[in-house]
Design a protein around this ligand. Structure first.
Ligand SMILES: C[S@@+](CC[C@H](N)C(=O)[O-])C[C@H]1O[C@@H](n2cnc3c(N)ncnc32)[C@H](O)[C@@H]1O
Length: 292
């Protein structure tokens, strides 16, 4: 398997008492979590696996081959899952963000270390890519993207540097972008020595290009609605912006709507051993709820 599923034992433990007939994996990726749940729950009649990235779906198809009769893989944004899933479900899982496979493919433009085109689209058929954002957004809008989606403290300087660089020539590659920014975003300082200074600008662009936060805000209430009573919904996030949305939405449904119970007061995180084995798990936070 390509992608070691994060917090997989903890994830399985939330479903261990449940009889699952229908299940949605909204971010099937390489199929790691999906494989684990299908193996642990032979009673599953249908697993719906969504991904915006067709290459991820191909890999998921391979991983889930032993279960292909009960698996439906769908190329779509998970926020549209109710167009494809006719019944209520006992389990839903989202493992957000980009996968290590996507990061490893320089042609996607996500990597801070390998040169690629300024693409950053998870779904290659969607309209907006990072190249158009970087070359055509106003300085003010670029600043907002870096501030709101990257939480980059030097958002103003970063936006200005890009606008100055693109006056000379359009930015086409991830190297063009890092070259444009290297005098304003430097190693060390408040970020610490280990964090690449371009990390937050790349994160902001990626979140904007893929409308990651908007998609999550729309998907969570729909997911809660689709759960059968007693059904469980887990979300694995990788940065504070995502986790905040999940925490607030779950709290709102638990306290105002009173349709769910929160199973994780605090988010669960990976232990030192897992972080060593799989560095991507370092920033992972897992939250689970149950439908009443
Ligand atoms: C971290 S990976 C999932 C890995 C998977 N849990 C596994 O064990 O192999 C996240 C995947 O979600 C997909 N993705 C992210 N946002 C999505 C969305 N809004 N709709 C559908 N797929 C999405 C990405 O393309 C990526 O393949």
């Amino acid at each position: 398997m390509y992608h070691e599923p994060i917090l997989v034992e903890t994830f399985l433990s939330f479903f261990s008492e449940l009889t699952i007939r229908h299940y949605i994996d909204g971010t099937v990726g390489a199929g790691g979590h999906a494989h684990a749940i299908l193996e642990a729950h032979p009673e599953i009649e249908r697993l719906y696996g969504f991904d915006r990235d067709p290459e991820a779906l191909e890999i998921a198809g391979e991983t889930l081959k032993p279960f292909q009769e009960k698996t439906t893989l769908i190329h779509a944004n998970f926020l549209d899952f109710n167009r494809y899933v006719p019944e209520s479900v006992e389990g839903i899982f989202l493992d957000l963000g980009v996968s290590s496979m996507q990061l490893d493919r320089p042609e996607k433009g996500f990597s801070l270390y390998k040169e690629g085109p300024l693409d950053m689209r998870m779904d290659p058929s969607s309209d907006l890519d990072a190249e158009s954002v970087v070359n055509f957004c106003s300085e003010k809008d670029l600043g907002k993207i870096f501030r709101d989606y990257g939480e980059e403290p030097r958002w103003r300087a970063a936006a200005k540097a890009i606008v100055e660089a693109r006056r000379k020539k359009p930015l086409k590659t991830t190297t063009d972008l890092t070259e444009a920014l290297k005098s304003v975003l430097t190693w060390g300082g408040r970020r610490g020595k280990k964090i690449n200074p371009m990390t937050l600008v790349f994160q902001g662009l990626r979140i904007y290009v893929n409308d990651e936060l908007g998609g999550l805000e729309k998907a969570l209430p729909k997911g809660i609605e689709a759960l059968a009573p007693g059904g469980r919904f887990g979300v694995l996030t990788f940065h504070s912006l995502e986790d905040r949305i999940v925490k607030h939405t779950f709290r709102q449904f638990a306290s105002q709507e009173k349709t769910i119970k929160i199973l994780t007061k605090k988010p669960l995180i990976a232990d030192a051993e897992e972080i060593k084995r799989n560095p991507r798990s370092r920033s992972a936070k897992l939250r689970f709820i149950e439908k009443l």
